[in-house]
Design a protein around this ligand. Sequence first.
Ligand SMILES: [Zn+2]
Ligand SMILES: [Zn+2]
Length: 360
Amino acid sequence: MPTKTLKEICGCIHLHTTFSDGGCDYGTIIDAADDARLDYICVTDHDNLGGRHAGFEGLRDNGVFVLVGYEHNDDKHHNHYLAFGMDEIAYGLTDPKAYVDAIKATGGIGFLAHPAEKRNYIKSLPPYPWTRWDVEGFDGIEVWNQISDWMERLRGWHSLTRLLSPNKKIGDAPPELMERWDALNRQRFVSAIGGVDAHSRKFKWGPFSCVVFPIDVELRGVRMHLFVDEMDWYNASKAGGALISALRDGRGFMSNFSRGDAKGSKIVLIDGNGAVRYPGRCEPDDQSGAAEPSFPMKIKVELTHKAKIVLIHNGKPVQSAKAKSAEWEISEKGVYRIEAYRGTGAWIYSNPFPVGGYPL
Ligand SMILES: [Zn+2]
Ligand SMILES: [Zn+2]
């Protein structure tokens, strides 16, 4: 009983425009997204949906689909939350529990943004971590944040190499955050996204100033690959809804484009009946999500380039191979996911495959 084949779309999430503190306007970003051959972009300006009100949401003439969400934060500028799918922002709410709940109540979804940020050496750019881990009900976590990672490592003279080739220096997702994400996924499904946090900001070093991360460079780093049904791109609300569901359900994987174009890669689970499952939340009729699933199952990985492929089970690496493809049999319940490394760092993180009923 093979499940239907889904189509891969690839885009960039967490972009800021001139509607908040970004250096580029919508037109520039949409052109850059087309040059970068992206299918979609998700814009998340701070505290406003200005891009939607100005009519930028939907399929643009160049074929790039634009989804407009926004980024909410508390009164100390901590606890940033990326929200999609609501008609209005959660005005005036400064307590993370209140805005996470309000966004859900109005039909939206949300992701904790750069929750593990720690940098503390550029005065004007303090860290904005997530501090309210007591809050439940968020849909997912931005486990990989391109700009936050880059700035974490920006210090001293060796930072000069970061300026010359910023994307080459994107590091791995923070291990303590991955540990937390893995632990949460044993209780309930928590999706992950990789975000750019594009600002195309000007940096100043004494008399010098430059845009270190111009938009065309920013869009060639962390990308989000989603598996979706055939999309009705011309229907903005339908296509936007499908995109939001895929993000909420973690139906895909994230990659760092500068380590290789991962578009075309496949990471699937084949259950005991031969049904093919994509990464992410179990559909109600998925046999693999049943309390007593039938083993053995297989995790099958086919990548576009050779890499070190690692199978993670309940937060621990259990198999690995240096190859373009791998296939591993699994016979235990738990949360499985794939990581792949190329060169000096992480190239791909998949969303998890929960196998068995919760808690896992
Ligand atoms: Zn933020
Ligand atoms: Zn941001």
